[in-house]
Design a protein around this ligand. Structure first.
Ligand code: NDP
Length: 264
């Protein structure tokens, strides 16, 4: 799949996990990748270094997507990195999680909380990163995005499977609304807009419980039709497909990438 070679991409939340895998996969196709991150500069630099070591091109850009001045920061750094080149691929991937390495972040996160424990501040934080940021990042990208470009939003299987992740799931539901409507609006420019919904993915930085809880990994694998844990590369490969010319006739779609998790 070489059709994406030389076409710049912005991947939000690419300092680690699935976003880093997406950045590496696109870079392996010859894409110049803007590796966006929030707090973890060292992780973002590691993503960039691993891309460069593999012969690819990338640069890191920082912006806290929950902050009011996020877009000015992001697009100023993006413009510097692109140096006048148009953008071809936007992947809205960044998301808020509880982080066991950062008790403050874990506390300020509605990921596992039931409705009674979620504060308005936590709710707003999740929606600002998962809904407001993709909306306005996409809006600001449109003048930079070449005709025939690609927009891929990363949602979650939690919009299909009723796990107790209420604000998180609600925000991803809102994100999923974007693709079909924006696909209609941007189709005349050949721009496609799609959503990928991963299932539980073996991201050692966030899903530590998969390995810490006895039987968790086996239990999650058993929930999938394909009987294994999803890997970040499983998601990255689907992004690469949707970003390629091979997927030029696919737009406005929600693509489940969960190995067939909890199929009805
Ligand atoms: P990670 O927690 O590993 O990474 C999240 C990324 O988002 C990091 O790069 C982080 O940057 C960035 N980010 C978080 N908050 C902000 C913020 N306020 N401003 C800017 N950047 C921010 O997530 P995953 O790799 O696990 O998830 C990636 C995507 O996949 C998400 O959209 C998630 O909802 C989805 N998904 C994941 C699943 C899983 O099992 N892992 C399952 C289903 C969907 P930094 O660390 O630098 O702050």
């Amino acid at each position: 799949m070489t059709q994406t070679a030389g076409k710049p991409a912005l991947v939000t939340g690419a300092s680690r996990g699935i976003g880093a895998a997406i950045a590496r996969r696109l870079a392996a196709e010859g894409v110049l990748v803007a590796v966006h991150y929030g707090r973890r500069k060292a992780d973002a630099e590691q993503t960039v270094a691993s891309i460069e070591q593999a012969g690819g091109q990338a640069f890191a850009i920082r912006a806290d997507l929950a902050a009011d001045d996020a877009l000015d920061t992001l697009f100023s750094e993006l413009a510097t990195g692109l140096a006048g080149r148009p953008l071809n691929i936007l992947v809205n991937n960044a998301a808020v999680y509880a982080d066991p390495d950062d008790p403050a972040a874990a506390q300020a996160d509605g990921y596992v909380a039931g409705i009674s424990e979620v504060t308005q501040e936590e709710f707003d934080r999740i929606f600002s990163v998962h809904v407001r940021a993709p909306f306005f990042v996409t809006q600001r990208c449109l003048p930079l995005l070449a005709d025939g470009g690609r927009i891929v939003n990363i949602s979650s299987a939690v919009t299909r499977i009723a796990w107790p992740l209420l604000p998180y799931a609600m925000s991803k539901g809102a994100l999923e609304i974007m693709a079909p409507r924006l696909a209609n609006e941007l189709g005349h420019r050949g721009i496609t807009v799609n959503t990928i919904a991963p299932g539980i993915t073996d991201n050692t930085k966030t899903n530590t419980w998969l390995h810490d809880m006895p039987g968790a990994a086996e239990g999650v694998a058993a929930m999938t039709a394909l009987r294994r844990l999803g890997q970040p590369s499983d998601i990255a490969d689907v992004v690469a497909l949707l970003a390629s010319d091979d997927a030029r006739w696919v737009t406005g779609q929600l693509v489940d990438a969960s190995g067939g998790m909890a199929l009805a």
